[in-house]
Design a protein around this ligand. Structure first.
Ligand SMILES: [Zn+2]
Length: 574
C-alpha cells in the first residue's frame, strides 16, 4: 500500500537496557511460534512465551499528546492471534523511543523501512499493549494539511491541526495505516490554558486538558487519528434536529455560520438520518472553521470547513458552503462508520457524499443548486486521468488519482444509473450498502446497485468504472431528420477502442418556441453503437443539444470543434 512519508523512512530506535531481547531467530522473522508460554504474555523480563512474529490486529489507540511540546505517547491495544509470538511489526514513519509491551520495556525496538518491530518475551493469543513515545515534527506533505501544522486563522491567531488521511496515521508513531480497519480511539490532549481542542468522538473539554472517547461506533485511522485546536474558537449553538446538536466553532470574523441557513441545515439532518439512520457518533456534531487546504474534512463527530468557503459560493457549486457541509456530514456514515476496503476503492465514499448532496439540493435546495453540481461534475469528469476505480497494478499513489473521482464518481456510479432506473432504486442501494459498519469495495457497491435495480451491471461497470490508464469516455453524436411533426433522433456513441458504454442519452430537439426531449436508452449492456427514437415537434428544428442537463459523462461530436471543449475547471477535492 502506498504510504506518504513526510519524514523519510525512519531508522533506528533504541534498545531498552537490562531486558531480555527476542531470539535471533524471532527478530529476523524466522520463528514459527512453536514455543509455549508458561505465564501471561508480554514484554520485558519474566517467563519466556511464544516466539516468532506476532499476528494481531490493533483494536484501539490511546493517544496522549502535548500540543505545546508535541510529545506524543500512543498506546495500542492489540488482539494477538494464535499462536502468539514475541515480535510485533507495525507501520511507523517516525523515530520512537520508550517502547513497551504490556507495560514492560521492549527487549528490542527498531524502526526500519517504515515499520516498527518491537520484541519482548513473548505473548500468547489475546490482549497485548504496545506503547511508544515520539515527538511529532511540524510539517505537511504535498501542499495539503496531512501531518502536523500550525497556521494563521483569519483573525490572526494560531490554528493547530494533526491530520492522518488515508495511509498516513503512521506519521505520528506506530499505527496500522490500512484504511479498511475500524478501531476505537481515546485522546488525552494537554494544552495551554484556554486553548479550544477538538478530537473525535465524545469530547470533554478542560482548561489545560481535553479528552475524547471514540468507542461503540468505530472509525478508520485516516479520519479519526486527528485533532484540531484554536484558542480563538468560540463555540456557538447552531441547530438541533434529528437528535443531533450541531454546534459551531469559529474565530471572531468567521462567516461560515452566518452564511448557512439553520433551518436548511436542520432539514438536511432530518433527511440524512431518515435516509441513512441515526448520526453514528453521538448527539453532538461539531463544525469548525479553519484555514485548511481542503474545503472540508470528515472527522468523526468533528467536521472541519475551510474558513473562506463563502468566497466560493457560486463556483464551483451554487451554494458551496452548504454543499461542502452536507458532503462532510454524509461522510459520517460513508467513509467514517463504513470505510474503504482499499485505497483503490476511494471513489465510493466521495461519490456517495457528492450524490446525496446533489439529491438534497434537488429536493430541498434552491432552484439551480442541483443543476450547478451536475454541470461541475460533468465538466471536471472530462479531465480525469484515472478510472473511478483504478485497476492499474500496482495501485497508483492515492495523491495521483484521488482528485479524479469527484466528477466521474457521482456521475457514473449514480447519476447515469438514476437516469435509467430512477432515484428510489439508487437511494435504496446506498442505504443498503451503508447499513452496517465495515469496510466496503466498489465491487460491493455494484452488488448493492444490482440488488436495488434488479439488473446485472457488470458490463456497465467494466465500461465506466474499472480500468487501467486514462478513461476513454464515449463521444456522442446526433443526427435528426424531420418528417411533418415526427423527428427521428439517431444517437451514435464511439470510442477509439470501440468499447460500448451503457447509458441513456438525453437530446433536446429545439424549435423556435418549443423543445422536445429524446431519451435514447442504450441499456446497461449495449450491443449497437447507434440507436434511434422518434419525438414530436410541430415546428422546424433550430438546434439540437446533447445531454442538456449534464447527466452523462461524454464528449459531444456535434459541436463545431468535433469535440467538446476541454474542461475549464479542475476538481477540488474535499
Ligand atoms: Zn469527501
Amino acid at each position: 500500500m502506498h504510504r506518504m512519508r513526510a519524514f523519510g523512512s525512519g531508522l533506528l530506535v533504541l534498545v531498552a537496557a537490562a531486558v531480555a531481547g527476542c531470539s535471533e531467530e524471532a527478530s529476523s522473522g524466522g520463528g514459527s511460534g512453536a514455543g509455549v508460554s508458561s505465564g501471561g504474555g508480554g514484554g520485558g523480563a519474566g517467563p519466556v512465551g511464544p516466539v516468532g512474529p506476532i499476528s494481531g490486529e490493533v483494536k484501539r489507540y490511546d493517544v496522549a499528546f502535548d500540543l505545546t511540546t508535541m510529545a506524543l505517547r500512543s498506546t495500542l491495544s492489540i488482539d494477538v492471534a494464535e499462536p502468539g509470538g514475541d515480535c510485533f511489526d507495525i507501520d511507523c514513519a517516525l523515530e520512537v523511543s520508550d517502547v513497551t509491551l504490556n507495560g514492560n520495556p521492549a527487549g528490542s525496538a527498531e524502526v526500519l523501512d517504515g515499520k516498527l518491530s518491537a520484541c519482548g518475551t513473548g505473548s500468547k493469543a489475546g490482549a497485548l499493549t504496545l506503547a511508544a513515545h515520539a515527538f511529532v515534527p511540524e510539517g505537511t506533505a504535498g501542499g495539503l494539511d496531512v501531518g502536523f501544522s500550525r497556521s494563521k486563522n483569519l483573525a490572526g491567531g494560531s490554528f493547530a491541526y494533526l491530520l492522518s488521511w488515508v495511509g498516513g496515521c503512521d506519521r505520528f508513531g506506530p499505527c496500522d495505516d490500512d484504511p479498511s480497519k475500524l478501531v476505537e480511539f481515546g485522546f488525552n490532549i494537554t494544552h495551554a490554558p484556554g486553548n479550544v481542542v477538538l478530537c473525535p468522538g465524545a469530547l470533554v473539554p478542560g482548561s489545560t486538558n481535553t479528552t475524547c472517547e471514540l468507542s461503540g461506533t468505530l472509525a478508520p485511522t485516516y479520519s479519526a487519528y486527528a485533532l484540531a485546536a484554536d484558542p480563538d474558537w468560540v463555540r456557538t449553538p447552531f441547530v438541533k434536529a434529528a437528535g443531533t446538536d450541531l454546534v459551531f466553532y469559529e474565530v471572531p470574523g468567521g462567516k461560515l455560520r452566518a452564511t448557512l441557513d439553520a433551518s436548511a441545515v436542520g432539514t438536511m439532518l432530518e433527511w440524512l438520518t431518515t435516509t441513512l439512520g441515526p448520526m453514528p457518533y453521538g448527539p453532538e456534531l461539531r463544525v469548525a472553521g479553519a484555514p485548511t487546504a481542503w474545503f472540508g474534512f470528515e472527522h468523526p463527530a468533528n467536521i472541519l470547513l475551510r474558513e473562506d468557503l463563502p468566497n466560493y459560493d457560486g463556483d464551483p457549486y451554487a451554494n458551496t458552503t452548504m454543499h461542502v457541509l452536507v458532503h462532510e456530514v454524509v461522510h459520517q456514515w460513508a467513509g467514517d462508520r463504513s470505510t474503504l476496503a482499499s485505497e483503490a476503492d476511494f471513489v465510493w465514499k466521495e461519490a456517495i457524499a457528492e450524490y446525496l448532496t446533489y439529491v438534497f439540493e434537488d429536493e430541498h435546495g434552491a432552484p439551480g443548486d442541483a443543476a450547478a453540481s451536475l454541470a461541475y461534475w460533468d465538466e471536471i469528469a472530462l479531465g480525469a486521468d484515472y478510472h473511478p476505480r483504478p485497476m492499474d497494478q500496482p495501485t497508483p499513489p492515492l495523491a495521483k488519482f484521488y482528485g479524479d473521482v469527484y466528477g466521474p464518481g457521482p456521475m457514473v456510479l449514480f447519476v447515469q444509473l438514476e437516469s435509467m432506473f430512477g432515484r428510489p432504486a439508487i437511494l435504496a442501494a446506498i442505504a443498503a450498502f451503508l447499513a452496517e459498519p465495515g469496510s466496503r469495495s466498489v465491487e460491493e457497491l455494484r452488488a448493492a446497485l444490482e440488488l436495488a435495480t434488479k439488473v446485472e451491471l457488470k458490463a456497465y461497470f467494466d465500461a465506466w468504472v474499472f480500468g487501467t490508464g486514462k478513461p476513454e469516455w464515449p463521444t456522442v453524436g446526433v443526427e435528426t431528420s424531420q418528417l411533418g411533426t415526427e423527428v427521428t433522433v439517431t444517437v451514435t456513441q464511439s470510442t477509439p477502442s470501440k468499447k460500448l458504454h451503457g447509458c441513456l442519452v438525453e437530446v433536446d430537439v429545439v424549435g423556435a418556441s418549443k423543445t422536445a426531449t429524446a431519451l435514447v436508452d442504450f441499456g446497461v449492456t449495449p450491443t449497437e453503437a447507434k440507436k434511434s427514437v422518434t419525438v414530436s415537434l410541430d415546428e422546424p428544428i433550430v438546434k439540437v443539444v446533447i445531454d442538456p442537463r449534464n447527466r452523462l459523462v461524454s464528449w459531444h461530436a456535434a459541436t463545431a470543434t468535433q469535440e467538446r471543449a476541454r474542461p475549464r475547471r479542475k476538481a477540488i477535492p474535499f
